[in-house]
Design a protein around this ligand. Structure first.
Ligand code: HEM
Length: 495
């Protein structure tokens, strides 16, 4: 009797849930009628289109976007959820010039167990006060102090490459880039040399990599989205184990630095890390908890290395594919800095105009963060379309960067197009690798400096070659833009 009552109750709950979902679906379908999309299967949406092309998804997405290029946006149905894809820079100002719609989309919830309510995910007053505090940590005077650390790790990278070549071993560019950028962000953010390039602290490094991969898999598998299902599965349990390692690692460092903070005056010793700003603020601001500090450290550790590694690896591959551009860059470095190997200063970097263009053009074609997810925070009209509160939106950075109105022959790798910056001022949002507006990337100057130091060190020491043509590299856009297979480079020493 009890069992039949439970079954009946469950049936009623599911029945009403089904009716509610169906009514919402019909309502959404009517509202989104004006947005172009591919033919859809009711309740399934475009899922078949997407799974069919899993390994080619990024190129497929670009192709679709190109097909709808006369529309300001188009619609992707994931099951019963319509996502408006914005691929014209003319209408993104609704997200960048106001304080509205700065809330991140629901996908970011899956990252929450790892990064907590750090700057990337938090919103409202909490985000605002934290952003003001942390902006200090990336002020250009502080960046000057990070210069030395970046140079040291760039040198280590070059030495490691030389050794790999001597030992006739292969250089997988995405992996090596990640280790280098991870060491840099760890030392600048927490004052600790992780030495992952020297293969110490491998547990932490391994778990960063594994957790990123598991997270990417979860994004693509709606049946894993509910926590109560995911954490019972093998990948969920593995993800949890990785998070324990990652959180314990950062927690130990924070506790140690916190205990020494009042005695060792790091600031006067010029060793003031990002973590110290948070620890100093904790002493003045009772609202800042240990968990808040840990969330920020975990956020910066992740955001600060994976994105930059992607930018670095794609630029290296482009230089390998275009030897003339590589030689132009080498000549600029030789002319402006001579061919010694002295530590690079910000003054040196300012002289390297062509390098700046190469990096910008690389991030135009291969934006490390190809999509930005947002949630509409109140009913509004954007680009003539009526949005409702909580509608999800994707800003397709990768498609915006291919708009032929601003970038003639958009598929061509042509750093010279950035020589005349006024050309690009045609529209403030036609080039947005670091996003724009209030929620733009807080680490963009840091990232550009890091990329310039590593690339200058690499190009002045060796000629870069790759074993694969870029057209044969399968791109995957998940947390960042990377490749599905390993991609190896060869280096020919210049001296
Ligand atoms: C080439 C390297 C980088 C690229 C292309 C990049 C790109 C971006 C983009 C597109 C966003 C907006 C994301 C969104 O709205 O979902 C963002 C946000 C952010 N980035 Fe970066 N980033 C890079 C390097 C860094 C570095 C080195 C750091 C730390 C030192 C960093 C820390 C952050 C943080 C904390 C946010 C969230 C900011 C906020 O919401 O207030 N990023 N980044």
């Amino acid at each position: 009797m009890l069992a039949s009552q439970i079954v009946f109750t469950l049936f009623i709950i599911f029945f009403f849930k089904f009716i509610k979902t169906t009514l919402n679906y019909i309502g959404d379908f009517r509202r989104k009628k004006d947005l172009k999309h591919l033919p859809i299967v009711p309740f399934v949406g475009h899922k078949f289109h997407l799974t069919k092309k899993r390994t080619e998804l990024y190129d497929y997405f670009l192709e679709l976007s190109d097909g709808f290029k006369n529309e300001p946006f188009w619609c992707l149905w994931i099951g019963t959820i319509p996502i408006a894809i914005i691929h014209h820079c003319d209408i993104v100002d609704a997200f960048f010039t106001t304080s509205q719609h700065t809330k991140k989309s629901w996908q970011y919830n899956l990252v929450h167990p790892w990064l907590g309510s750090g700057l990337l995910i938090s919103e409202g007053d909490k985000w605002y006060s934290r952003r003001r505090l942390l902006t200090k940590a990336y002020h250009f005077e502080i960046l000057e102090k990070f210069n030395e650390i970046m140079n040291e790790h760039a040198d280590l990278l070059i030495q490691k490459f030389e050794k790999l070549i001597k030992d006739k071993k292969k250089i997988e560019i995405f992996k090596e880039s990640k280790l280098c950028t991870l060491d840099i962000i760890c030392e600048t953010a927490m004052g600790v040399n992780l030495e992952s390039q020297k293969s110490t602290n491998l547990d932490y490094v391994w778990c960063v990599d594994k957790a990123s991969k598991l997270l990417n898999d979860r994004f693509n598998a709606p049946w894993y989205w509910a926590d109560f299902v995911y954490y019972k599965t093998e990948p969920g349990k593995e993800f949890k184990k990785c998070l324990d390692v990652l959180h314990n690692f950062t927690k130990d460092i924070i506790l140690k630095r916190d205990a020494e903070f009042d005695d060792l005056n790091y600031e006067s010793k010029g060793k003031f890390a990002f973590l110290d700003i948070l620890l100093a603020a904790k002493r003045n601001d009772s609202d800042l908890t240990f968990q808040d500090i840990q969330d920020e450290v975990d956020t910066f550790m992740f955001e600060g290395h994976d994105t930059t590694a992607s930018g670095l690896a794609w630029t290296v591959l482009l230089l390998a594919e275009y030897p003339t551009i590589q030689e132009n860059l080498y000549r600029e470095i030789e002319k402006e800095l001579g061919n010694g190997n002295k530590q690079l200063t910000s003054n040196d970097l300012r002289k390297l105009k062509y390098l700046d263009c190469v990096i910008k053009e690389s991030m135009r074609l291969y934006p490390p963060v190809p999509y930005i997810g947002r949630t509409i925070t109140e009913d509004c009209v954007i680009g003539g379309h009526k949005f409702k509160k909580n509608d999800p939106v994707i800003i397709a950075v990768c498609s915006i960067h291919r708009d032929g109105r601003f970038f003639p022959h958009p598929e061509k790798f042509d750093p010279d197009r950035f020589l005349n910056e006024s050309e690009l001022n045609k529209h403030p949002y036609c080039y947005i690798p670091f996003s724009a507006g209030r929620r733009n990337c807080i680490g963009q100057k840091f990232a550009m400096m890091e990329l310039k130091i590593i690339l200058t060190s690499l190009v002045r020491n060796s000629k870069i070659k790759s074993s694969k043509k870029l057209n044969d590299v399968v791109k995957v856009a998940e947390l960042t833009l990377h490749t599905i297979d390993d991609v190896y480079i060869n280096l020919e020493p210049r001296f």
